[in-house]
Design a protein around this ligand. Sequence first.
Ligand SMILES: [Zn+2]
Length: 160
Amino acid sequence: MFRKLKSRSISKHRTYAIDEIAKALSVHKGTVGRWIRSGELKPVDSGRPVIVHGVEVHRFIKARKPKKQKCDLDQWFCMGCRQPRHAAFCEAEIVSANTASCNVMALCAECAAIMHKRFSLSALSQLKGKIDLTVPQALQHLIDSSIPCLNVVLKNTTEV
Ligand SMILES: [Zn+2]
């Protein structure tokens, strides 16, 4: 599990012992030792006691931050794969919508996990050409009209 580390209390102009880094980052000493053994966090030298430059601690924390991954229009971010993925069978379903945007559900093409993504209505019309979009009957009036009007919604619901 990824935990966000706060480097605010680490000065770039000092060196730190393992227990000082552990205390400043609120992690166990063993965790800092593991980072050093794995080569992720580089000590000043191979001598004892092990000390690390503050600037190195900052570099390590910055490098640890997960990189933002951008999804293409026809991709969803799969929480199972932790990566942008295409919809299985190029199919997706609109599960909810309001006058400005809608929530589109799809299954991951790799692991079949359920993925959700919010689309603006203009982005949705672009998506229509790329994948097979299922629109439930109850939401059709919102998606088909270019300028959605709340009155139409009210009229339709009173007719039913
Ligand atoms: Zn997946």
